[in-house]
Design a protein around this ligand. Structure first.
Ligand SMILES: [Zn+2]
Ligand SMILES: [Zn+2]
Length: 284
């Protein structure tokens, strides 16, 4: 596994002696003095690098419990999730992964950060978002063997130069001190955006699009995988990646994303679904 092991994890696991750690701390303090840390969102002054300023922190919608155990959708109250803490859409069509968590609601504010990471070369946002993902996904990371990102087609990779999901996976693996498999999954062909398509059409388009790299099969067999992406919208791509990992022999797959789109019917019109109508009445 050493090939897969992030060297940062080895360093963090206590191989650095105390004196060196103190020096590194002093170095970081010196750096903060020379280059004062700024808010990752608005670039205003903050006390510590990687922290949002109070104004931006208030605008971002961080997801905390209670939320759906399968897709991370936040609930208005614990009773909204029923006895098993599962939202109505997940109850009606369970996703193929085991547990799912998201750090932020995908809205105007988190979109700025995600787009900055995705298209704006703001790679410094990866460890900041990963820290929040690690917090909400702690239990799944504690039981995981390896972190695997949703792959980007090589044509897109060529245009953007990096896969934002892989950067998040690297940062998470380093922070959680577990292995990372950045090239475990490959996208065999590019697909158009799926958000406007129906469930069946999305499934058809995605069939055969994701594959496991043959040389990485051994690293996945019997391993507990945390699958990572920047945004969960329909969950179709994450679902296809999960099916491929399970078919390759993964012991389990959990899903962890930086932000998830609110399910409009659930979040805004809970009366539209029979299951949520019942729960909404209980929650109120
Ligand atoms: Zn700010
Ligand atoms: Zn759900």
């Amino acid at each position: 596994m050493s090939l897969y092991r992030d060297t940062g994890a080895v360093v963090a696991r206590g191989i650095i002696p105390g004196a060196t750690r103190a020096l590194l701390r002093a170095g970081s303090l010196l750096l903060d003095t020379l280059l004062p840390p700024d808010c990752p969102s608005c670039h205003g002054d903050v006390d510590r690098a990687g922290h949002f300023c109070p104004t931006c922190f208030r605008q971002l919608t961080f997801i905390a419990d209670p939320c759906c155990a399968r897709c991370g959708q936040p609930f208005v109250s614990a009773s909204f999730g029923g006895a098993r803490m599962i939202c109505a859409p997940c109850e009606e069509t369970p996703p193929p992964w085991h547990a799912g968590r998201a750090a932020l609601v995908y809205d105007e504010w988190s979109r700025r950060l995600i787009l900055g990471l995705k298209y704006g070369d703001r790679t410094e946002l990866a460890p900041i978002l990963a820290a929040h993902m690690g917090r909400i996904g702690r239990s799944m990371l504690d039981r995981a063997d390896i972190v695997v990102p949703v792959p980007l087609h090589r044509r897109r990779l060529f245009g953007r130069r990096y896969n934002q999901a892989a950067l998040l996976a690297w940062a998470l693996a380093r922070q959680a001190r577990i292995a990372v498999g950045p090239d475990t999954l490959v996208r065999v062909r590019a697909t158009a955006p799926l958000a406007r398509l129906g469930r069946a059409a999305r499934r058809d388009i995605l069939r055969g699009v994701i594959a496991i790299r043959p040389t990485r099969r051994d690293a996945i067999a019997n391993r507990r995988v945390v699958l990572v992406d920047d945004v969960m919208t329909t969950g179709a791509t994450l679902g296809e990646c999960t099916r491929v990992l399970l078919a390759a022999g993964a012991a389990s797959v959990d899903v962890l994303v930086a932000a998830r789109a609110p399910a409009p019917d659930e979040a805004l019109h809970p009366e539209k679904s029979a299951v949520s109508r019942e729960r909404y009445a209980v929650a109120r």
